[in-house]
Design a protein around this ligand. Structure first.
Ligand SMILES: Nc1ncnc2c1ncn2[C@@H]1O[C@H](COP(=O)(O)OP(=O)(O)OP(=O)(O)O)[C@@H](O)[C@H]1O
Ligand SMILES: [Mg+2]
Length: 429
């Protein structure tokens, strides 16, 4: 256990939050300062911690002890950095078969002006519509409101007959959530909220305009690739593919009979997604797998290494190309793709993806925090930064928030704009 820290002086209205990214290759923690006298400024990073983690496979906790000790060490480092003790943490969930859907509810207003009590009734009706079965709800956030079928940002004060709301619901398998919760709690930390990784990463790397026009985020981690589709400014679909940049490392290790640590180095130093003419002539040294003396390193053309990288990227983006239309990403609003996660740092991967997907593709790195050290400024830290932005945003959640009991009017299944659009795109497949 760590020694208690002296409380850090905070100004009125300031609060600190701790966020934790439990990934397949690393665990990272941030302590950030929110609010305060300056008001709406960016969250400020005051503590950072990071540890390599060998306890997570494809985003799932596979070794409780290793995960717990990496979590404890990363948070401990962030606490020492910040001079505050971490409270309950926001932690990401990036596997467990993330799934999302859009539900719509509508209530009768009878021509009156919509009041706060009507909003309470609507939220309660929305909550009543959510039926996760044996899965666990991670998020259930109001996406769009409609007043007599017209989309409005805030319906309070409008005269209307009907008030509708689209809710975006993200669910995951229950056992992986329980295991992650257990690993974090075993490290003597409370879990405040679990956040779907692609929802967090989206906040850190996508511009509002991109979300308005339609965009798909593809976060390539070490073990998992997550996809998040945004239409009309809202997150409308998430999916996770159990493949990532760690598979490229494994492919290189087996293709050239070398250790994974060497393969990782070769990938980051010489790997790329597109071959240049001279790569046929560039020879790179591959250390042998055995430690025996006298075993010489082999030399392979760089083009051959790139061939291995490309083969895996073909598989990965082939899978992404299949999933995107299933998530409603099709047609004129499906032109922009943003890559993030450590895998987005592979050289020329955006050009490769652009060719394969036939969309505009850029790499997104985290924005929106002040004081994020350069070492955590790369695409691998999009989820971590996004968790802090998620905490700062503090959006209402129908499932996790306490909402007044359902009203006598009762919910009616409606058909909101967002749902209609996503349904239309999916059915046009
Ligand atoms: N500069 C780089 N070039 C190539 N690959 C890189 C680079 N930087 C990071 N990576 C790769 O990105 C992966 C790590 O990404 P990230 O930190 O996003 O994953 P993670 O969060 O640990 O895992 P996951 O999200 O899948 O659970 C590793 O496979 C690493 O090799
Ligand atoms: Mg990750």
């Amino acid at each position: 256990m760590i020694a208690p820290k002296p409380p850090r002086a905070t100004n009125r209205g300031e609060r600190t939050v701790t966020v934790l990214d439990v990934g397949t290759s690393k665990v990272a923690a941030l302590i950030v300062l929110l609010g305060g006298s300056a008001g709406g400024g960016d969250p400020r990073v005051i503590g950072v911690g990071q540890r390599v983690c060998h306890g997570v496979r494809r985003g799932l906790v596979a070794d409780m002890e290793k995960t717990e000790s990496a979590v404890r060490a990363a948070v401990d480092q962030a606490e020492r950095n910040a001079g505050v003790q971490a409270g309950e943490v926001y932690v990401n969930m990036s596997a467990g078969g993330l799934r999302s859907e859009v539900e719509t509810v509508e209530i009768d207003i009878g021509g009156h002006r919509i009041a706060d009590t009507d909003m309470g009734t609507l939220l309660a009706a929305g909550r009543a519509r959510i039926d996760p079965g044996n899965r666990t709800v991670l998020h259930a956030q109001p996406a769009l409101y409609a007043v007599d079928g017209t989309f409005v940002a805030n319906p309070v004060g409008f005269h209307a007959d009907r008030l509708g709301m689209d809710i975006h619901i993200v669910t995951a398998d229950t056992p992986p959530i329980r295991n992650l919760d257990l690993a974090v709690r075993s490290a003597h930390l409370g879990v405040k909220t679990m956040v779907a990784s692609p929802a967090a990463a989206s906040l850190a790397v996508l511009a509002q305009e991109e979300r308005d026009l339609g965009v798909a985020l593809v976060e390539i981690g070490a073990g998992v690739t997550n996809i998040a589709v945004h239409l009309m400014g809202q997150l409308v679909g998430v999916a996770s593919v159990p493949m990532g940049a760690g598979d490229i490392t494994n492919d290189i290790a087996s293709a050239f009979a070398t250790r994974r640590s060497h393969a990782e180095r070769l990938k980051t130093l010489y790997g790329a997604a597109i071959t240049a003419q001279k790569d046929n002539h560039d020879l790179i040294e591959v250390p042998p797998i055995s430690d025996e003396e006298g075993v010489e390193p082999t030399r392979v053309p760089r083009a051959q290494l790139i061939g291995v990288v490309r083969h895996r990227l073909d598989l990965l983006f082939g899978e992404v190309a299949t999933r995107l239309p299933q998530l409603g990403f099709a047609g004129p609003q499906a032109r922009q793709v943003v890559l993030t996660g450590g895998g987005a740092e592979i050289k020329s991967v955006a050009d490769f993806a652009q060719g394969l997907l036939g969309k505009n593709v850029r790499v997104g790195r985290p924005r929106g925090l002040t004081g994020l050290p350069d070492a955590q400024g790369g695409a691998a830290f999009a989820t971590l930064a996004g968790l802090a932005l998620f905490a700062a945003e503090d959006r209402p959640d129908l499932w996790n928030a306490k909402i007044a009991a359902s009203s006598a009017k009762g919910p009616v299944k409606g058909s909101g704009r967002l749902q209609q659009m996503v349904d239309k795109l999916r059915s046009s497949l």
